[in-house]
Ligand binder design. Sequence first.
Ligand code: NAD
Length: 329
Amino acid sequence: MLKIGLLGAGRIGRVHAINIAGHARSQLVAVSDVNEDAAHSLADAYGAKANSSDAILADASIDAVLIATSTDTHSDLIEKATAAGKAVLCEKPVDLSLERAQQCLDAVDKTGVPVMIGFNRRFDPNFSAIRASIAAGEIGKPELLSITSFDPAPPPVAYVKVSGGLFRDMMIHDFDMANFLMGNMPKTVHAAGTSIVDPEIGKVGDVDTAVVTLTYADGRIAVIKNSRRAVYGYDQRVEILGSEGLLSAGNVLENTVSKATKQGVTSAKPEFFFLERYMRAYAAEWDAFVAAILDGAAIPVSLKDGVDALSLAEAATRSAKSGQPVSLA
Ligand SMILES: NC(=O)c1ccc[n+]([C@@H]2O[C@H](COP(=O)([O-])OP(=O)(O)OC[C@H]3O[C@@H](n4cnc5c(N)ncnc54)[C@H](O)[C@@H]3O)[C@@H](O)[C@H]2O)c1
């Protein structure tokens, strides 16, 4: 049984608490949050203790921590947790700064303590089936990847200001998906971005609509499209064309009813947002972490994967500003 301390009792921390407490081989024993009320209310719901992050990291009976705090705390907490010998599952992104994330990776490597990054989409049943089919050679050599990722509505500008920008906060998931499905990093990143949905987002220096083209050393191409607004719901699709065929994963709909009348054929909307669409993925992600720690299985999403995705986000941010493609070292 893995004894777990949860750091961060916000939106995603509450989802992780459900999975930690619901898993047969993990137990939620402590929760920390700088907002003590949030920590107490979540801890009480699961019979856990509310405590400070430092006290949780000093508690020898705790085996691992799940870091679900605000992004600007991730690298510091990963370093402190691994120095204390706690295995870590940390939410994306690793940091807002690539340089800081790289320092964190170097520090963690010295400890040998396992760290997993929460790229939950790898555990979505649709996307993991696409990856398995590619790995089995069923579409030959993948040549052209297209990822569509639209949120239902933009976040408040106050969130945008501290988010690190669309490429680090939102498209980071799609950069990781590209790395997951294409199997290696691209050689160039070319981005275009605009704040057409909410000009206030533009005023604070961010974009809400963006397209990125990734080109690979062997000639393959990936295209990622992001928007902070899709009025019909959370639009999450992947298509990959290979030398021997095409794989595509569509949206998960709120129900499977199709209505056919004289006016046309309609279906339900896509599930509203990540808390609906990816519930199964968060549970599978947690299960994979527990198996890695207790059974010695490989960590399925490494800290290096987190740094790689962040380096694509940083390159895209620069490319969108300059209008020029950015080559990766
Ligand atoms: N994988 C995903 O699908 C997904 C979805 C949402 C958020 N996230 C990531 O999870 C993180 C949290 O996002 P959220 O939406 O839950 O935000 P949130 O603001 O709802 O929750 C963050 C919580 O962390 C607490 N906190 C901040 N600094 C802390 C510290 N030093 N110690 C303890 N607690 C601290 C805050 O008080 C807050 O309660 C972000 O990095 C975000 O990018 C990932």
